[in-house]
Design a protein around this ligand. Structure first.
Ligand code: 13P
Length: 252
């Protein structure tokens, strides 16, 4: 079902202390929001238990990655089943940092999406073009190809647990955000690709990520095909993150 979601990706940041103070603060503030936003905290896997301990019913929790296998001799990896077992509901897959730094290919991304969905979690597939792609006029084609490849194995009854996060690589951690119009155009294009794939495209939540801050979130979230955001740096600052959650309009 298409929902309004704001998710905070802590990346490799945080501590037990942050899990307590930030999650406690966010939880207490969002309880009074009436815009229907679902708020998700995505800490490093080692802090998932701490975050869940402080999240209550108000917040959902996710992991930033899972292995593409069920279990076994994969030192350092965690599985989708383990994340679900701990109480997570979401998993990011194919974040550009995973693709660029850890060499995750579209094939690996698709395998991970399959594991996440089989494990009963929501899969948040991250896609986005580089500046080079955009300058060459290839942004929509690159993103369309990542969507098609990453979601190639989704079964008809699993689409309800698919979310796509559009994060232009050049906007991540740079302070450069896509304009609301450019982000909307890409989201509409992604929805078109999903529709071509036979997915119930109007039911799928599409999130924008890349330098979303308290002062630019409202303009992005006002666009018709942007159903919320995936927030990096600003999700580590409790007041800013709450302000971003508050920026989701009640009518999308
Ligand atoms: P920033 O909000 O820090 O640009 O990060 C975005 C991101 O990569 C979220 O997954």
């Amino acid at each position: 079902m298409r929902r309004k979601i704001v998710a905070g990706n802590w990346k490799m940041n945080g501590s037990k202390d942050l899990a307590q103070t930030l999650v406690g603060f966010v939880r207490s503030r969002i309880a009074s929001l009436d815009n229907g936003v679902e708020v998700v905290i995505i800490p490093p896997a080692i802090y998932v238990g701490d975050v869940i301990g402080h999240a209550g019913d108000e917040l959902s929790v996710g992991v930033q990655n899972v292995g593409q296998w069920g279990s076994g001799a994969y030192t350092g990896e965690i599985s989708a089943e383990m994340a679900a077992d701990q109480g997570c509901q979401y998993a990011l897959i194919g974040h550009s940092e995973r693709r660029q730094i850890f060499g995750e290919t579209d094939t690996v991304v698709a395998e991970k999406v399959e594991r996440v969905l089989a494990g009963g979690l929501y899969a948040v597939l991250c896609v986005g073009e580089t500046l080079q792609d955009r300058d060459a006029g290839d942004a929509e084609a690159v993103v369309a190809s990542q969507v098609r490849a990453g979601l190639a194995t989704v079964a008809p009854d699993q689409w309800q647990r698919v979310i796509v996060a559009y994060e232009p690589v050049w906007a991540i951690g740079t302070g450069k955000t896509a304009t609301a119009q450019d982000a909307q155009a890409m989201h509409a294009s992604i929805r078109g690709v999903l529709s071509e794939m036979g997915a119930p495209a109007d039911e799928i939540s599409l999130l924008y990520g890349g330098s979303v801050k308290a002062d630019n979130a409202a303009a992005l979230f006002a666009e018709p095909d942007i159903d919320g955001g995936l927030i990096g740096g600003a999700s580590l600052i409790a007041e800013d993150f709450v302000s971003i959650c508050r920026s989701v309009p009640a009518n999308i």
